[in-house]
Design a protein around this ligand. Structure first.
Ligand code: LIP
Length: 275
């Protein structure tokens, strides 16, 4: 029901804000260079773990019968049919360098038994909280999406050559070579490309009109869940290639007609293949 969805959105926001505070206030001043005792990467990993632990603790307290899937500690099933899909820090490289484009992403999903899968889940509530730039995106299925309480509604963008397109890259060299090849074909056909470094924020920025389109290959469920709902509730089509659901193979998001155009282009470029 609407009240149930509203409750889940409240829980998502409360958990995301709390973890966001921990991550933001706990970031050492000069984490990127202060590599005396541990490496900067270790600091980030430790904060990822601490943030996920806090999320799990708070969700267990507020929603004791729900399951949780998190980037760091995997899937713990529940009994209620609701599973929380959490990313304790989305945009860890930005976090490492003190760049503000990182966020805590918390979503509630329902679907078949087992670990949540973007091919079969329904995301019902989500919050993406970016503590360093002080923005909070919320969405409830059927209830719309907001940024800091203001309703988000996408507008029809310009034709493709005028579109600002967000994307992201995987971490492995072979995947990156394939992604660079796709980019070489795409870049001359669009206004410009942005690589923000947080998939969750890319989807939210799309909802807020700061991007016209977004695509990325290789997303994890935790990168995708909350941002997907924010984008959908703001009017975006979020889809995969060749009729597939959005997910690891490919996620494309944007104003429906324009997203469909980008899907066709990415299909022609075999953007879902490494070869
Ligand atoms: C990252 C993303 C980034 C994407 C990377 C990675 P992390 O998440 O959100 O935009 O391009 O592939 O998944 O590792 O910072 O949680």
């Amino acid at each position: 029901t609407t009240a149930d969805v509203e409750t889940l959105v409240e829980v998502a926001e409360r958990a995301a804000r709390e973890a966001g505070r921990l991550v933001h206030e706990g970031r050492p001043e000069r984490v990127a260079v202060a590599a005396t005792k541990t490496s900067p990467e270790d600091v980030v990993t430790a904060m990822d773990l601490a943030s996920e632990e806090l999320l799990r603790r708070r969700l267990a307290e507020l929603r004791p019968h729900d399951g949780v899937l998190g980037e760091e500690e995997g899937y713990v099933p529940g009994t209620s049919g609701v599973t929380w899909v959490v990313d304790p820090i989305d945009g860890t490289v930005n976090y490492l360098y003190g760049r503000p484009a990182y966020a805590v992403s918390v979503a509630a999903v329902v679907g078949p038994a087992g670990a949540p899968d973007p091919a079969t889940w329904t995301v019902v509530a989500g919050c993406v909280h970016a503590p360093a730039d002080g923005r909070t995106f919320r969405a409830g299925r059927g209830l719309g999406a907001t940024l800091d309480g203001r309703a988000l509604q996408m507008e029809e963008p310009r034709p493709l050559p005028g579109c600002l397109v967000g994307t992201g890259f995987g971490y492995r060299a072979e995947r990156r070579r394939a992604q660079a090849r796709v980019l070489a074909d795409l870049l001359p056909r669009v206004r410009d490309i942005r690589r923000t470094g947080s998939a969750a924020l890319d989807l939210c920025n799309l909802a807020a009109g700061q991007l016209d389109l977004y695509y990325e290959r290789g997303l994890g469920a935790w990168d995708l869940a909350a941002g997907l709902l924010v984008a959908q509730e703001a009017g975006a089509l979020v889809t995969g290639l060749r009729g597939a659901a959005p997910g690891t193979a490919m996620t494309v998001a944007g104003w429906p007609a324009r997203a469909a155009e980008l899907v066709r282009l990415l299909e022609d470029l075999d953007a879902d293949q490494d070869g």
